[in-house]
Design a protein around this ligand. Structure first.
Ligand code: ACO
Length: 399
Protein backbone atom coordinates (compact mmCIF):
# COMPACT_ATOMS: atom_id res chain seq x y z
CA UNK A 1 0.00 0.00 0.00
CA UNK A 2 2.93 2.43 -0.45
CA UNK A 3 4.98 3.72 -3.34
CA UNK A 4 8.61 2.64 -2.88
CA UNK A 5 10.04 5.07 -5.47
CA UNK A 6 8.32 7.99 -3.71
CA UNK A 7 9.67 6.83 -0.33
CA UNK A 8 13.16 6.48 -1.80
CA UNK A 9 13.00 10.07 -3.04
CA UNK A 10 11.99 11.28 0.42
CA UNK A 11 14.81 9.37 2.13
CA UNK A 12 17.61 10.39 -0.18
CA UNK A 13 20.24 8.16 -1.69
CA UNK A 14 19.53 4.70 -0.28
CA UNK A 15 18.69 1.37 -1.89
CA UNK A 16 15.64 -0.62 -0.82
CA UNK A 17 16.47 -4.32 -0.66
CA UNK A 18 14.31 -6.30 1.79
CA UNK A 19 16.01 -9.55 2.79
CA UNK A 20 19.26 -8.22 1.26
CA UNK A 21 18.49 -10.15 -1.94
CA UNK A 22 20.95 -8.02 -3.93
CA UNK A 23 23.16 -6.40 -1.35
CA UNK A 24 26.77 -7.49 -0.80
CA UNK A 25 27.48 -6.33 2.75
CA UNK A 26 31.14 -7.35 2.73
CA UNK A 27 34.01 -8.76 0.74
CA UNK A 28 35.10 -12.22 1.85
CA UNK A 29 37.84 -14.69 0.93
CA UNK A 30 36.34 -17.68 2.73
CA UNK A 31 33.54 -19.35 0.77
CA UNK A 32 32.55 -19.22 -2.90
CA UNK A 33 29.05 -20.14 -4.09
CA UNK A 34 27.74 -20.16 -7.65
CA UNK A 35 24.04 -20.72 -7.02
CA UNK A 36 23.11 -21.19 -10.68
CA UNK A 37 25.76 -23.80 -11.31
CA UNK A 38 25.45 -25.47 -7.89
CA UNK A 39 29.09 -24.86 -6.91
CA UNK A 40 30.41 -24.54 -3.35
CA UNK A 41 34.07 -24.11 -2.40
CA UNK A 42 35.76 -23.45 0.93
CA UNK A 43 38.91 -21.36 0.44
CA UNK A 44 38.93 -22.51 -3.18
CA UNK A 45 38.58 -26.25 -2.50
CA UNK A 46 35.45 -27.90 -4.00
CA UNK A 47 33.09 -29.23 -1.32
CA UNK A 48 33.03 -32.64 -3.06
CA UNK A 49 36.81 -33.04 -2.60
CA UNK A 50 36.73 -31.92 1.01
CA UNK A 51 33.82 -34.26 1.74
CA UNK A 52 35.73 -37.18 0.27
CA UNK A 53 39.22 -36.59 1.63
CA UNK A 54 39.20 -34.15 4.55
CA UNK A 55 37.98 -34.14 8.14
CA UNK A 56 35.85 -31.64 10.09
CA UNK A 57 38.90 -30.70 12.14
CA UNK A 58 41.00 -30.00 9.06
CA UNK A 59 38.15 -28.07 7.39
CA UNK A 60 37.78 -25.96 10.55
CA UNK A 61 41.47 -25.07 10.35
CA UNK A 62 41.17 -24.34 6.62
CA UNK A 63 38.21 -21.98 7.09
CA UNK A 64 39.71 -20.13 10.04
CA UNK A 65 43.34 -19.83 8.89
CA UNK A 66 42.90 -19.80 5.10
CA UNK A 67 45.03 -22.80 4.10
CA UNK A 68 45.14 -26.52 4.76
CA UNK A 69 47.33 -27.34 7.78
CA UNK A 70 50.55 -29.35 7.58
CA UNK A 71 50.37 -32.62 9.59
CA UNK A 72 52.22 -30.88 12.47
CA UNK A 73 49.89 -27.88 12.39
CA UNK A 74 46.84 -30.15 12.38
CA UNK A 75 48.21 -32.13 15.33
CA UNK A 76 48.86 -28.91 17.30
CA UNK A 77 45.36 -27.62 16.44
CA UNK A 78 43.80 -30.90 17.58
CA UNK A 79 45.79 -30.91 20.84
CA UNK A 80 44.85 -27.33 21.69
CA UNK A 81 41.16 -28.08 21.17
CA UNK A 82 41.40 -31.21 23.35
CA UNK A 83 43.09 -29.10 26.03
CA UNK A 84 40.04 -26.79 26.27
CA UNK A 85 37.16 -29.31 26.44
CA UNK A 86 36.41 -29.03 30.18
CA UNK A 87 33.54 -26.73 31.13
CA UNK A 88 33.82 -24.61 34.24
CA UNK A 89 32.02 -26.54 37.01
CA UNK A 90 29.77 -23.55 37.72
CA UNK A 91 28.74 -23.46 34.08
CA UNK A 92 27.47 -27.02 34.50
CA UNK A 93 25.05 -25.84 37.23
CA UNK A 94 23.60 -23.48 34.65
CA UNK A 95 21.79 -26.35 32.87
CA UNK A 96 19.51 -26.91 35.87
CA UNK A 97 18.00 -23.46 35.40
CA UNK A 98 16.03 -24.49 32.34
CA UNK A 99 12.82 -26.52 32.15
CA UNK A 100 13.47 -30.20 31.53
CA UNK A 101 11.70 -30.07 28.15
CA UNK A 102 13.62 -26.98 26.98
CA UNK A 103 14.69 -26.96 23.36
CA UNK A 104 18.50 -27.38 23.31
CA UNK A 105 19.04 -24.48 20.85
CA UNK A 106 18.21 -21.66 23.30
CA UNK A 107 20.05 -23.60 26.02
CA UNK A 108 23.10 -23.68 23.72
CA UNK A 109 22.92 -20.00 22.80
CA UNK A 110 22.49 -19.01 26.46
CA UNK A 111 25.45 -21.12 27.59
CA UNK A 112 27.65 -19.80 24.75
CA UNK A 113 26.66 -16.25 25.70
CA UNK A 114 27.55 -17.08 29.30
CA UNK A 115 31.09 -18.02 28.21
CA UNK A 116 31.82 -14.26 28.22
CA UNK A 117 31.19 -14.27 31.95
CA UNK A 118 33.49 -17.23 32.63
CA UNK A 119 36.34 -16.28 30.29
CA UNK A 120 36.73 -12.55 30.80
CA UNK A 121 40.42 -12.88 29.96
CA UNK A 122 39.79 -13.44 26.25
CA UNK A 123 37.13 -10.92 25.23
CA UNK A 124 39.13 -8.21 23.44
CA UNK A 125 38.34 -8.55 19.70
CA UNK A 126 41.52 -6.66 18.78
CA UNK A 127 43.93 -8.75 20.84
CA UNK A 128 45.12 -11.55 18.51
CA UNK A 129 46.18 -13.84 21.35
CA UNK A 130 42.82 -13.49 23.11
CA UNK A 131 40.96 -14.15 19.86
CA UNK A 132 43.00 -17.35 19.45
CA UNK A 133 42.12 -18.54 22.96
CA UNK A 134 38.43 -17.73 22.43
CA UNK A 135 38.54 -19.63 19.14
CA UNK A 136 39.87 -22.77 20.84
CA UNK A 137 37.51 -22.42 23.75
CA UNK A 138 34.51 -22.23 21.47
CA UNK A 139 35.56 -25.09 19.20
CA UNK A 140 36.24 -27.30 22.22
CA UNK A 141 33.39 -26.34 24.52
CA UNK A 142 30.43 -25.90 22.20
CA UNK A 143 30.06 -29.64 21.43
CA UNK A 144 30.35 -30.35 25.17
CA UNK A 145 27.62 -27.79 25.95
CA UNK A 146 25.46 -29.31 23.19
CA UNK A 147 25.88 -32.83 24.59
CA UNK A 148 25.07 -31.60 28.13
CA UNK A 149 21.90 -29.91 26.86
CA UNK A 150 20.90 -33.28 25.41
CA UNK A 151 21.75 -35.17 28.62
CA UNK A 152 19.78 -32.67 30.66
CA UNK A 153 16.72 -33.07 28.43
CA UNK A 154 16.72 -36.86 28.85
CA UNK A 155 17.59 -36.83 32.55
CA UNK A 156 20.93 -38.59 32.21
CA UNK A 157 24.18 -37.65 34.00
CA UNK A 158 26.73 -35.50 32.20
CA UNK A 159 30.08 -37.20 31.59
CA UNK A 160 33.45 -35.47 31.66
CA UNK A 161 35.12 -35.19 28.26
CA UNK A 162 37.70 -37.90 27.54
CA UNK A 163 40.54 -36.20 25.70
CA UNK A 164 41.89 -39.42 24.27
CA UNK A 165 39.06 -38.92 21.76
CA UNK A 166 38.96 -36.34 18.99
CA UNK A 167 36.28 -33.65 18.82
CA UNK A 168 33.63 -35.67 16.99
CA UNK A 169 34.21 -38.90 18.96
CA UNK A 170 34.14 -36.99 22.23
CA UNK A 171 30.84 -35.39 21.27
CA UNK A 172 29.29 -38.78 20.46
CA UNK A 173 30.52 -40.25 23.74
CA UNK A 174 29.23 -37.27 25.75
CA UNK A 175 25.88 -37.51 23.96
CA UNK A 176 25.31 -41.25 24.19
CA UNK A 177 27.70 -42.58 26.86
CA UNK A 178 26.72 -43.53 30.41
CA UNK A 179 29.00 -43.52 33.49
CA UNK A 180 28.44 -47.20 34.21
CA UNK A 181 29.14 -48.35 30.69
CA UNK A 182 32.13 -48.39 28.38
CA UNK A 183 31.11 -46.38 25.30
CA UNK A 184 32.53 -47.64 22.04
CA UNK A 185 32.45 -45.04 19.28
CA UNK A 186 30.83 -46.57 16.19
CA UNK A 187 33.19 -45.66 13.31
CA UNK A 188 30.27 -45.57 10.82
CA UNK A 189 28.44 -42.99 12.93
CA UNK A 190 31.61 -40.97 13.61
CA UNK A 191 32.50 -40.84 9.91
CA UNK A 192 28.95 -39.92 8.86
CA UNK A 193 28.71 -37.17 11.47
CA UNK A 194 32.14 -35.83 10.47
CA UNK A 195 30.96 -35.63 6.86
CA UNK A 196 27.73 -33.80 7.75
CA UNK A 197 29.68 -31.31 9.88
CA UNK A 198 32.01 -30.62 6.93
CA UNK A 199 29.00 -29.94 4.69
CA UNK A 200 27.59 -27.40 7.17
CA UNK A 201 30.87 -25.69 8.05
CA UNK A 202 30.37 -22.45 6.10
CA UNK A 203 28.00 -20.94 3.60
CA UNK A 204 29.09 -17.32 3.15
CA UNK A 205 26.62 -14.60 4.16
CA UNK A 206 23.62 -16.71 5.25
CA UNK A 207 21.24 -15.44 7.94
CA UNK A 208 23.18 -16.70 10.98
CA UNK A 209 26.61 -15.73 9.62
CA UNK A 210 25.39 -12.25 8.71
CA UNK A 211 24.04 -12.03 12.26
CA UNK A 212 27.43 -13.00 13.71
CA UNK A 213 29.06 -10.31 11.57
CA UNK A 214 26.44 -7.66 12.38
CA UNK A 215 26.71 -8.24 16.13
CA UNK A 216 30.51 -8.40 15.88
CA UNK A 217 30.61 -5.16 13.87
CA UNK A 218 29.80 -3.32 17.11
CA UNK A 219 33.02 -4.93 18.48
CA UNK A 220 31.04 -7.38 20.59
CA UNK A 221 33.21 -10.33 21.59
CA UNK A 222 33.32 -13.67 19.78
CA UNK A 223 31.16 -15.55 22.32
CA UNK A 224 28.42 -12.89 22.21
CA UNK A 225 28.49 -12.79 18.40
CA UNK A 226 28.33 -16.59 18.00
CA UNK A 227 25.53 -16.81 20.56
CA UNK A 228 23.50 -14.42 18.36
CA UNK A 229 24.29 -16.60 15.33
CA UNK A 230 22.90 -19.67 17.14
CA UNK A 231 19.62 -17.84 17.73
CA UNK A 232 19.42 -16.84 14.07
CA UNK A 233 20.00 -20.46 13.08
CA UNK A 234 17.12 -21.64 15.29
CA UNK A 235 14.38 -20.49 12.87
CA UNK A 236 12.70 -23.09 10.63
CA UNK A 237 13.46 -21.07 7.49
CA UNK A 238 17.18 -21.54 8.27
CA UNK A 239 18.81 -24.23 10.49
CA UNK A 240 15.54 -25.30 12.04
CA UNK A 241 14.57 -26.75 8.65
CA UNK A 242 16.30 -30.08 9.37
CA UNK A 243 14.00 -30.67 12.35
CA UNK A 244 10.98 -29.41 10.38
CA UNK A 245 11.68 -31.85 7.51
CA UNK A 246 11.51 -34.85 9.79
CA UNK A 247 8.35 -33.58 11.48
CA UNK A 248 6.83 -33.19 8.01
CA UNK A 249 7.84 -36.70 6.92
CA UNK A 250 6.53 -38.24 10.14
CA UNK A 251 3.26 -36.34 9.77
CA UNK A 252 2.83 -37.59 6.20
CA UNK A 253 3.54 -41.12 7.41
CA UNK A 254 1.21 -40.90 10.43
CA UNK A 255 -1.69 -39.41 8.43
CA UNK A 256 -1.18 -41.87 5.61
CA UNK A 257 -1.13 -38.90 3.20
CA UNK A 258 0.01 -39.74 -0.31
CA UNK A 259 3.12 -37.70 -1.22
CA UNK A 260 1.30 -36.45 -4.34
CA UNK A 261 -1.59 -35.15 -2.18
CA UNK A 262 0.87 -33.41 0.13
CA UNK A 263 2.47 -31.77 -2.90
CA UNK A 264 -0.93 -30.41 -3.96
CA UNK A 265 -1.29 -28.80 -0.53
CA UNK A 266 2.15 -27.21 -0.87
CA UNK A 267 1.44 -25.93 -4.38
CA UNK A 268 -1.90 -24.46 -3.30
CA UNK A 269 -0.09 -22.84 -0.36
CA UNK A 270 -2.71 -24.29 1.98
CA UNK A 271 -2.12 -22.90 5.51
CA UNK A 272 1.20 -21.52 4.21
CA UNK A 273 2.61 -25.07 4.11
CA UNK A 274 5.99 -25.40 2.36
CA UNK A 275 7.99 -28.40 1.33
CA UNK A 276 10.55 -28.16 4.10
CA UNK A 277 14.15 -28.83 3.03
CA UNK A 278 13.40 -27.39 -0.41
CA UNK A 279 14.42 -24.05 -1.84
CA UNK A 280 17.33 -21.76 -1.18
CA UNK A 281 18.02 -18.06 -1.51
CA UNK A 282 21.22 -18.63 -3.49
CA UNK A 283 20.97 -22.11 -5.07
CA UNK A 284 18.74 -22.10 -8.10
CA UNK A 285 20.09 -25.54 -8.93
CA UNK A 286 20.62 -28.74 -6.95
CA UNK A 287 22.43 -27.85 -3.68
CA UNK A 288 25.82 -29.62 -4.05
CA UNK A 289 25.73 -30.52 -0.34
CA UNK A 290 22.32 -32.17 -0.76
CA UNK A 291 23.76 -34.27 -3.60
CA UNK A 292 26.46 -35.60 -1.26
CA UNK A 293 24.01 -36.21 1.59
CA UNK A 294 21.57 -38.01 -0.69
CA UNK A 295 24.32 -40.23 -2.07
CA UNK A 296 25.39 -41.24 1.43
CA UNK A 297 21.93 -41.36 3.06
CA UNK A 298 21.10 -44.74 1.56
CA UNK A 299 24.44 -46.26 2.50
CA UNK A 300 24.39 -44.89 6.04
CA UNK A 301 20.75 -45.76 6.68
CA UNK A 302 21.37 -49.32 5.51
CA UNK A 303 24.33 -49.64 7.88
CA UNK A 304 22.57 -47.97 10.81
CA UNK A 305 19.13 -49.43 10.20
CA UNK A 306 17.29 -46.14 9.63
CA UNK A 307 13.59 -45.73 8.91
CA UNK A 308 13.26 -46.86 5.31
CA UNK A 309 9.67 -45.76 5.04
CA UNK A 310 10.51 -42.13 5.83
CA UNK A 311 13.38 -42.22 3.34
CA UNK A 312 10.97 -43.64 0.80
CA UNK A 313 8.51 -40.76 1.43
CA UNK A 314 11.34 -38.22 1.12
CA UNK A 315 12.53 -39.68 -2.16
CA UNK A 316 9.01 -39.73 -3.58
CA UNK A 317 8.46 -36.09 -2.61
CA UNK A 318 11.73 -35.17 -4.27
CA UNK A 319 10.92 -37.08 -7.43
CA UNK A 320 7.51 -35.40 -7.64
CA UNK A 321 9.01 -31.96 -7.04
CA UNK A 322 11.75 -32.30 -9.63
CA UNK A 323 9.14 -33.09 -12.28
CA UNK A 324 6.57 -30.48 -11.26
CA UNK A 325 6.16 -27.10 -12.96
CA UNK A 326 5.57 -25.27 -9.66
CA UNK A 327 9.03 -26.29 -8.45
CA UNK A 328 10.75 -26.10 -11.83
CA UNK A 329 9.57 -22.53 -12.49
CA UNK A 330 10.63 -21.36 -9.04
CA UNK A 331 13.91 -23.31 -9.25
CA UNK A 332 13.24 -25.14 -5.99
CA UNK A 333 15.59 -28.07 -5.31
CA UNK A 334 16.38 -30.03 -2.17
CA UNK A 335 18.75 -28.13 0.12
CA UNK A 336 21.34 -29.66 2.45
CA UNK A 337 18.77 -30.41 5.12
CA UNK A 338 16.26 -32.42 3.13
CA UNK A 339 17.98 -35.72 3.97
CA UNK A 340 20.15 -34.90 7.00
CA UNK A 341 17.39 -35.38 9.61
CA UNK A 342 16.92 -38.99 8.53
CA UNK A 343 20.60 -39.65 9.11
CA UNK A 344 20.72 -37.85 12.48
CA UNK A 345 17.69 -39.87 13.56
CA UNK A 346 19.34 -43.14 12.52
CA UNK A 347 22.39 -42.12 14.59
CA UNK A 348 20.12 -41.92 17.65
CA UNK A 349 19.75 -38.15 18.05
CA UNK A 350 16.33 -36.85 19.12
CA UNK A 351 14.78 -34.39 16.66
CA UNK A 352 15.34 -31.42 18.96
CA UNK A 353 19.10 -31.96 18.57
CA UNK A 354 19.16 -31.70 14.78
CA UNK A 355 19.59 -27.93 14.60
CA UNK A 356 22.18 -28.11 17.39
CA UNK A 357 24.20 -30.45 15.15
CA UNK A 358 23.95 -27.83 12.38
CA UNK A 359 25.26 -25.23 14.86
CA UNK A 360 28.27 -27.40 15.76
CA UNK A 361 29.00 -27.76 12.05
CA UNK A 362 28.59 -24.03 11.28
CA UNK A 363 30.77 -22.90 14.20
CA UNK A 364 34.13 -22.79 12.34
CA UNK A 365 32.44 -20.74 9.59
CA UNK A 366 31.06 -18.25 12.10
CA UNK A 367 34.48 -17.96 13.76
CA UNK A 368 36.28 -17.54 10.42
CA UNK A 369 33.82 -14.87 9.25
CA UNK A 370 33.94 -12.99 12.56
CA UNK A 371 37.76 -12.99 12.49
CA UNK A 372 37.81 -11.83 8.87
CA UNK A 373 35.42 -9.01 9.75
CA UNK A 374 37.37 -7.91 12.82
CA UNK A 375 40.70 -7.81 10.97
CA UNK A 376 39.28 -5.99 7.92
CA UNK A 377 40.17 -2.27 8.07
CA UNK A 378 37.09 -1.52 5.94
CA UNK A 379 34.66 -2.92 8.50
CA UNK A 380 32.07 -0.44 9.69
CA UNK A 381 29.34 -0.96 12.23
CA UNK A 382 26.39 -2.68 10.52
CA UNK A 383 23.57 -0.21 10.41
CA UNK A 384 20.94 -0.53 7.66
CA UNK A 385 18.69 2.37 6.67
CA UNK A 386 14.89 2.30 6.38
CA UNK A 387 12.03 3.84 4.45
CA UNK A 388 9.71 5.49 6.98
CA UNK A 389 6.00 4.73 6.43
CA UNK A 390 4.60 5.95 9.76
CA UNK A 391 2.60 9.03 10.71
CA UNK A 392 3.81 12.44 9.48
CA UNK A 393 4.66 15.03 12.13
CA UNK A 394 1.68 15.71 14.42
CA UNK A 395 1.20 17.81 17.54
CA UNK A 396 0.89 16.26 20.97
CA UNK A 397 -2.67 16.97 22.21
CA UNK A 398 -2.26 19.13 25.30
CA UNK A 399 -5.27 18.49 27.51
N1 ACO B 1 7.97 -25.08 -0.75
C1 ACO B 1 7.04 -24.51 -1.56
N2 ACO B 1 7.21 -23.32 -2.14
C2 ACO B 1 8.34 -22.66 -1.89
C3 ACO B 1 9.36 -23.19 -1.08
C4 ACO B 1 9.14 -24.45 -0.50
N3 ACO B 1 10.06 -25.01 0.30
N4 ACO B 1 10.39 -22.32 -1.03
C5 ACO B 1 10.04 -21.27 -1.78
N5 ACO B 1 8.80 -21.47 -2.31
C6 ACO B 1 8.08 -20.58 -3.25
C7 ACO B 1 7.51 -19.37 -2.52
O1 ACO B 1 6.20 -19.63 -2.06
C8 ACO B 1 7.58 -18.33 -3.59
O2 ACO B 1 6.48 -18.58 -4.48
P1 ACO B 1 5.70 -17.34 -5.22
O3 ACO B 1 6.68 -16.77 -6.18
O4 ACO B 1 4.51 -18.01 -5.83
O5 ACO B 1 5.33 -16.39 -4.11
C9 ACO B 1 8.85 -18.66 -4.37
O6 ACO B 1 9.04 -20.08 -4.17
C10 ACO B 1 10.09 -17.91 -3.87
O7 ACO B 1 10.23 -18.13 -2.46
P2 ACO B 1 10.80 -17.06 -1.44
O8 ACO B 1 10.27 -17.38 -0.08
O9 ACO B 1 10.58 -15.68 -1.99
O10 ACO B 1 12.36 -17.39 -1.55
P3 ACO B 1 13.48 -16.96 -0.51
O11 ACO B 1 14.76 -16.93 -1.24
O12 ACO B 1 13.07 -15.71 0.21
O13 ACO B 1 13.45 -18.13 0.59
C11 ACO B 1 13.89 -20.17 1.72
C12 ACO B 1 14.37 -19.17 0.64
C13 ACO B 1 13.62 -19.43 3.04
C14 ACO B 1 14.98 -21.19 1.95
C15 ACO B 1 12.60 -20.86 1.22
O14 ACO B 1 12.87 -21.58 0.03
C16 ACO B 1 11.97 -21.81 2.27
O15 ACO B 1 11.21 -21.34 3.12
N6 ACO B 1 12.29 -23.13 2.22
C17 ACO B 1 11.78 -24.08 3.19
C18 ACO B 1 12.60 -24.00 4.48
C19 ACO B 1 14.00 -24.56 4.32
O16 ACO B 1 14.20 -25.66 3.84
N7 ACO B 1 14.99 -23.78 4.77
C20 ACO B 1 16.40 -24.20 4.75
C21 ACO B 1 17.18 -23.25 3.92
S1 ACO B 1 18.80 -23.85 3.66
C22 ACO B 1 19.56 -23.74 5.14
O17 ACO B 1 19.43 -22.89 5.94
C23 ACO B 1 20.41 -24.86 5.37
Amino acid sequence: GYDVSKLLKQTGAVTFDPGFMNTAATTSAITYIDGDAGILRYRGYPIEQLAQHSSFLEVSYLLIYGNLPSPTELEAFDQRIRHHTLLHEELKGFFSGFPRDAHPMPVLSSAVSALSTFYQDSLDPFNAEQVEVSTYRLLAKMPVIAAYALKKSIGQPMLYPDNSHNLVENFLRLSFGLPAEQYEVDPVIAKALDLLLILHADHEQNCSTSTVRLVGSSNANLFASVSAGINALFGPAHGGANEAVLKMLRQIQADGTKPEDYMEKVKNKEDGVRLMGFGHRVYKNYDPRAKIVKATAHEILTKLGGNDELLEIAMRLEEKALNDDYFIQRKLYPNVDFYTGLIYKAMGFPEKMFTVLFAIGRLPGWIAQWREMISDPNTKIGRPRQLYIGEPERDYPVR
